[in-house]
Each structure stands twice: as structure tokens, then as C-alpha cells.
Design a protein around this ligand. Structure first.
Ligand code: GAP
Length: 611
């Protein structure tokens, strides 16, 4: 399995996930399936809470965002238009012996002595094969063990009658040479890897009973494209007006070459994506004279009509960081990676990744965890809608009457200036990213400018888009890693014991409240506890537990991350005096603190704490 082997904290987290029912390996009773994970009872609740919070924050609580729930399998034309059929690839290399594949950019450096051969032959049958093969002899490995790999490789695919006893094959043209920090050998077998070649990450299937090329379809590798494909329908069927967004949560599938780090890189996962459509900056300039400038850093404040893409992009980065802070990922556990011009896709203006510092993240020179991507916020220009317009032949422009009216009044000098800036930017992108010769790039840019400004004159444009795209499963793993603590607490006899406690923010905790009668064989306690449980369970996820000593029950809830336990004891029944009758013990997970609360005040108190 692709689980971290040398990270003690990760090992504890993975083990807790299985023990307590957060995450299980998919199909485990059949040995598992690499890159697929199931969520157990606690994980399912946690995931549901996170998705619901995203949905509420990003759609329900906003007037400018609506939702979508599209199919996983869509017309393959969508993936041709988006570029996924041609370019959604990872470069990979293969071990010629084991056929195991690795991503070209993820091969670890190795040192040793490389053994090379030109072929092999059998002294008993005269069978021969000529092809190069090389293996790295690593520290502690005997030369005979690397030679055995070579014999196995040469004998592979040939009949035993041809090769004779393959272990006796003679190896030809053996040479050796020292190797330092090479990324050309498979990390497990040590065999020299094949040349890099592209590997498309989309899962293929067939629609209908005939498995032919024309029936090929793909499991979506992202939820975003459905939003672009349904853009016009949403625009026509709802009162939205640019700037507005369409949000979607759903499954995505990528046939990752090397799934790894527990659920971090999976083959089936969920995304929470928003496509936020905005006018191109030229429209803002025409309508408002200029595009708003924003402070050098920080949240730019409430959206303004004269915001261009930079303000919207910053706004969404900051909004998303606030979202993570609101569920317990403090800024010091997060990081931002601003993609360099070399990293950016040719159509993108900017992309900022929000990182979380996982226990398995690499460290920088100062020893600080660098962090891994939780979410990317990209300014994608009008690339997606333009592609779908071109490939579908359906116009995906919006009409702005105010723009049409204003454009007629814009001075010729201003129009000329805007056009020149547009052409200069596009020419630069075509030369740098598409590697077009400068003249060809300038001609292509002029052509685009013509279409773009002709549409402007009619009040039409293809909206640009800011895309905050988050992975549900990565966020769940971040929340689990972030919540994991070990501390010490006294047991019933007052002896300090190590306790594992999952300090989830109450908003996302799988179970909010556990209701615990002190003893299960006292009918009055049980009746009262059941009554309290019934009064709470309609409002949030509750758990009723009457098994075992109360201290043990508290520990179980600590490991599940339940922020509050409510204990019903003899005081609740009024046995120690009327002043405590109908009060319960409210116990806090993080510090074990306990307080006496009136049962009648429990619900509003808990609702306030969970909000
Ligand atoms: N529509 C843009 C898009 O899909 P991405 O950076 O490829 O962009 C967005 O994916 C998010 O989806 C990532 O930030 C990550 O959280 C999640 N994600 C991508 N591949 C994943 C994988 N193999 N396993 C788990 N999550 C993944």
C-alpha cells in the first residue's frame, strides 16, 4: 500500500483512522486496491460536515453563487475541448523487470554501482537474446543478486524449453560503473527505468453495450468542466448576472501513476469547486474608467463593481484561507504557494495554492514543513468558456447593455490603448507559453483582439473566471492530522495516563455530543439519559454510550473527537439534594474540564458552542 512507512506520526494517524472508523482501505478483505479509500462511520460524518460547510459558505450564504450537481460521465467532447484528452498527462517511467511505473518527477535519488549487460544466452539450448539491461547494485547488495535480476529479465516471455534453466543463463558484455544521486533507477527493484513517456490520467469506460472507440467515455477528472458546459443553462434559467459563481461538489477520478501518502493522492476523490465568472478587465475599464487597485497584501474587502481579476483573485484566496481558519486550520499550519510564470498554464493569469503542513510534507532549509496543496485558486481568463464555445459551436457570451452603451462613448485613443495592451499581452503569452514565433504570435493576437473588441461593441463578452478548487479528501486528511494530539490525563484512580485526543473544531467534529448515563443498570438514570439524548439528537450528531466505566467512555469519545460529553448521574436525579436535580455534567474534551449545567439549558448552550 502507498502508506508512509517511515513517519511515526503518520503511522499513528493511519492506525487511528482504521481503529476508530475514520478511513478504511477499500476492498480490504480482498487485499485492498491501491489508491482507493472508504470512510467509516466517523469519517463519513466528518466528510459530510466539511462538504456541508463548504456548500453553505460558498453558495447558500452568498447571493452571487448558485449550485450545480452534474453527472460523472459526460460527453467526451467536453474533455477534447478542455484539453484533457490531449494534455492531462503525467510523465512516467517503467521498470522493465517488474513493469511497475513511477512518475518521472518523483523518482528518488540513489547511489551505488550500475551493472550493465548487452544480452544473455543459454549454454544448454543455444538460445540468445540481445538487448541492453542495467541494475543498480545498492549498498549491502551482493553482485549475484543483481545478476539474478538480469537473468530473470532476459528469460521473461521466453519458453523454458528455449532458455533452459533461466538461473543458469550466461550474461553478456557485463560492465560496471559508479553512480551518484541518480534518478534513473526504480526505487524498489533498482532496475534502470525506461524513457519518460506521457500517461493520460483519465479513466476510460464505454457507454452502451459495444466496446468500440466511438463509445469511449471518461470518468471526470475534475468537476469544473461540467460547470463550464452548463454555464449557459444556468445563466438562462436563473436571475444571476456577472459577476457570479457556480459551485459544485462531487467525485473526480484520476488514474494516478503513484497514489501515495494515505488518502492525499487517491485515484477516486471528491472536489469542491467554484467557478466565479467576472467581466474581463477591459469591460471594467470601459465601464468605470479604470480597474480598482488593491492593497499589496491581505483581504481587499467587500466586492466592488470596478474590481478586475486581480482583486477577485485575491478576494477568493483570502476568503478560502478564512474558511480553513474557521474549521481549525490556523494560518501557521497553512502556507501559500504563488505559482511562478513557468509553472502557470498558458491561459492562466495567476494561481495561488493553499498548502497544509502535513506530517509527511518535506522540510525547507530551516527545517520548517513546507506543506502540500489543499486547494488551488486560479485566474483562468476566458480559456474554458472560449474552448467550449469553439468546440460546441454554441455562443457562450453574456450581454451587458450598459457596456454596449458605454463602449460607444469611449474615446478612440482609449480604445487604441486598450487594444494595444491586449495584443501585447496575448503576443507575449503566445511566444512564451505556446512557443510561437514572434510574428505568428502577433498575428494570432491581432486576430483575437479583432473578435474580442467587435463583441465589445455589441455589449458582448466571454466572462473570465476565478476558480477556487479544493479536494475534500485532502482536507479531511489535513483536519485529522491537525486534530491528532497525545497528552496525559489522570484515570479513575488518579494515575496519569497517555490519552489520544482528536481536537476537531466543534463545527466539523463527527459527533458533537455524547450522552452518558453514569450506570446502565439504574433505570432512572437510563430513562433520564434517553430523554436528554432524544432532545438533542434532532439538532446535531449525538452518541449514546452506556458501556463501561465512565473514564473509559470519556477516552473513547476523546479519540473520536467528540467535543462535549453529557453525563447523567445521581445528582441529576436529585439524590444529593434538590438544588442539583435536573442538572448534568458537561465535560469538555480538550482539557477534561467539567461543569454542572441545567438540563433545560443544555440545548441552547451546546448550539452556541457548536456554531
Ligand atoms: N479544476 C481544477 C483542478 O482540478 P487540481 O489542482 O488538479 O485542479 C484541485 O485539483 C484539487 O483537487 C487539489 O488541490 C486537491 O485538493 C484535489 N486533488 C487533485 N488530485 C487529487 C488526488 N489524486 N487525490 C486527492 N485529491 C486530489
Amino acid at each position: 500500500m502507498a502508506e508512509p512507512k517511515e513517519n511515526p506520526l503518520m503511522e499513528k494517524i493511519v492506525s487511528l483512522c482504521k481503529r476508530r472508523g475514520f478511513v478504511y482501505q477499500s476492498s480490504e478483505i480482498y487485499g485492498g486496491i491501491n489508491g482507493f479509500w472508504d470512510y467509516g462511520p466517523l469519517g463519513a460524518e466528518l466528510k459530510r460536515n466539511v462538504k456541508e460547510l463548504w456548500w453553505n459558505t460558498m453558495t447558500r450564504e452568498r447571493e452571487d453563487v448558485v449550485g450545480l450537481d452534474a453527472t460523472i460521465i459526460m460527453s467526451p467532447a467536453i474533455w477534447r475541448a478542455s484539453g484533457h484528452v490531449d494534455t492531462f498527462v503525467d510523465m512516467m517511467r517503467e521498470c522493465p523487470l517488474t513493469r511497475k511505473r513511477v512518475r518521472s518527477d518523483q523518482v528518488e535519488e540513489q547511489s551505488g554501482t550500475v551493472y550493465r549487460w548487452t544480452g544473455a544466452e543459454s549454454a544448454t539450448t543455444g538460445w540468445k537474446v540481445q538487448k541492453p539491461f542495467a541494475v543498480l547494485q545498492r549498498k549491502g547488495e551482493h553482485p549475484d543478486s543483481v545478476r539474478k535480476k538480469a537473468r530473470e529479465y532476459y528469460a521473461h516471455g521466453a519458453a523454458a524449453a528455449q532458455t533452459g534453466d533461466w538461473k543458469q543463463l550466461g550474461l553478456q558484455g557485463e560492465t560496471t560503473a559508479p553512480v551518484e544521486n541518480s534518478v534513473d533507477f526504480h526505487p524498489e527493484s533498482g532496475v534502470e527505468l525506461s524513457e519518460s513517456r506521457p500517461f493520460n490520467l483519465m479513466f476510460k469506460t464505454y457507454v452502451g453495450p459495444v466496446e468500440s472507440e466511438e463509445n469511449v467515455a471518461y470518468l471526470r477528472p475534475e468537476t469544473a468542466q461540467a460547470i463550464f458546459a452548463q454555464f449557459k443553462n444556468v445563466l438562462d434559467s436563473t436571475p444571476v448576472k456577472v459577476p457570479f459563481g457556480i459551485g459544485q461538489i462531487g467525485k473526480a477520478f484520476r488514474n494516478e501513476v503513484t497514489p501515495r501518502n494515505f488518502t492525499f493522492r487517491s485515484r477516486e476523490f471528491e472536489q469542491m469547486e467554484l467557478e466565479f465568472f467576472i467581466p474581463p478587465d477591459e469591460a471594467i475599464e470601459a465601464l468605470h474608467g479604470s480597474v480598482a487597485t488593491i492593497p499589496a497584501a491581505g483581504h481587499p474587502g467587500e466586492p466592488q463593481p470596478n474590481w478586475g481579476w486581480e482583486a477577485w483573485h485575491r478576494y477568493w484566496v483570502e476568503e478560502r484561507v478564512r474558511f480553513y481558519e474557521g474549521i481549525g486550520l490556523t494560518r501557521d499550519t497553512l502556507g501559500l504557494h504563488i505559482q511562478t510564470p513557468e509553472e502557470l498554464a498558458h491561459y492562466a493569469r495567476a494561481c495561488t495554492d493553499i498548502l497544509y503542513k502535513f506530517p509527511f510534507s518535506k522540510r525547507d532549509e530551516k527545517g520548517e514543513l513546507k506543506g502540500e496543496e489543499l486547494e488551488g485558486i486560479a485566474a483562468r481568463g476566458d480559456f474554458d468558456l472560449s474552448q467550449h464555445e469553439e468546440h460546441s459551436g454554441k455562443p457562450l457570451t453574456v450581454f451587458d447593455d450598459e457596456l454596449r452603451a458605454t463602449w460607444g462613448k469611449v474615446s478612440d485613443d482609449k480604445k487604441k490603448d486598450m487594444r494595444e495592451k491586449f495584443v501585447a499581452h496575448k503576443t507575449h503569452v503566445f511566444v512564451e507559453k505556446k512557443k510561437l514565433p514572434p510574428e505568428e504570435a502577433a498575428t494570432a493576437a491581432q486576430k483575437e483582439a479583432q473578435v474580442f473588441f467587435d463583441r465589445f461593441a455589441k455589449g458582448q463578452y466571454i466572462p473570465h473566471v476565478i476558480e477556487p478548487s479544493a479536494g475534500v479528501d485532502r482536507l479531511i486528511l489535513a483536519l485529522i492530522s491537525n486534530a491528532y494530539y497525545e497528552d496525559e490525563m489522570p484515570d479513575e484512580k488518579g494515575k496519569m495516563q497517555v490519552r489520544v485526543v482528536m481536537k476537531f473544531h466543534p463545527r466539523i467534529a463527527p459527533i458533537k455530543v455524547a450522552v452518558l448515563p453514569l450506570l446502565k443498570n439504574k433505570p432512572d438514570l437510563v430513562t433520564k439519559a434517553r430523554e436528554i439524548y432524544s432532545s438533542l439528537k434532532g439538532h446535531f450528531a449525538c452518541f449514546y454510550d452506556d458501556g463501561g466505566a465512565i473514564g473509559r467512555r470519556y477516552r473513547r469519545q476523546d479519540e473520536a473527537g467528540t467535543p462535549f460529553c453529557v453525563t447523567i448521574d445521581f445528582d441529576t436525579l436529585g439524590e444529593k439534594g434538590p438544588e442539583l436535580k435536573d442538572t448534568v455534567t458537561l465535560r469538555y474534551r480538550d482539557d477534561g474540564r467539567q461543569e454542572r449545567v441545567k438540563a433545560s439549558e443544555l440545548l441552547p448552550l451546546l448550539l452556541e458552542k457548536i456554531r
